[in-house]
Ligand binder design. Structure first.
Ligand code: HEC
Length: 126
């Protein structure tokens, strides 16, 4: 007599899980190499929250105290990413930059760095 074997559902599901896991791992790997993954065009779309301070040459913020805003246009991209990560981690403590960097992903930082490092003339146009 032939016994009905249970439908082998376990295998396709395991396959799908492996695929999902592979995807998750590869996107994590992207996040770990922000300098390489920076996209200046994507970065340009994220500067709305930076331009208010960094877009104006010689601009000083009035809050929480009078601060000269450093020029980041033309800055080395690895330096920009490192600075943003330092604000996010609390290693650098400027309150405005801490608040802003907390909202940025590694990809955002890389994109912004790629955009700003392209040069001050590009930034001044905004
Ligand atoms: C409220 C004003 C303000 C906004 C908005 C702002 N910044 Fe800043 N940023 C500053 C000030 C002030 C400093 C200098 C802080 C310090 O002394 O650590 C700074 C420092 C930096 C530095 C370090 C520069 C250096 O030479 O070490 C980077 C990089 C930077 N900002 C990038 C950004 C990016 C990218 C954005 C948008 C996502 C942004 N900032 C938005 C005011 C601002």
């Amino acid at each position: 007599m032939i016994l009905h074997r249970p439908h082998p559902v376990a295998h396709p599901i395991a396959g799908m899980m492996a695929a999902v896991l592979t995807l998750a791992l590869s996107s994590a790997a992207w996040g770990q190499s922000p300098a390489a993954a920076g996209d200046a065009a994507a970065g340009a779309q994220k500067t709305a929250m930076c331009a208010g301070c960094h877009g104006i040459l010689g601009y000083k913020t009035a809050f929480p105290e009078v601060y000269s805003v450093p020029r980041i246009g033309g800055q080395n991209p690895a330096y920009i990413v490192k600075a943003l990560q330092a604000y996010k981690s609390g290693e650098r403590t400027h309150p405005s930059m801490r608040g802003i960097s907390a909202t940025l992903s590694d990809k955002d930082m890389a994109d912004l760095a790629a955009y700003y490092s392209a040069g001050p003339s590009k930034v001044a146009a905004h």
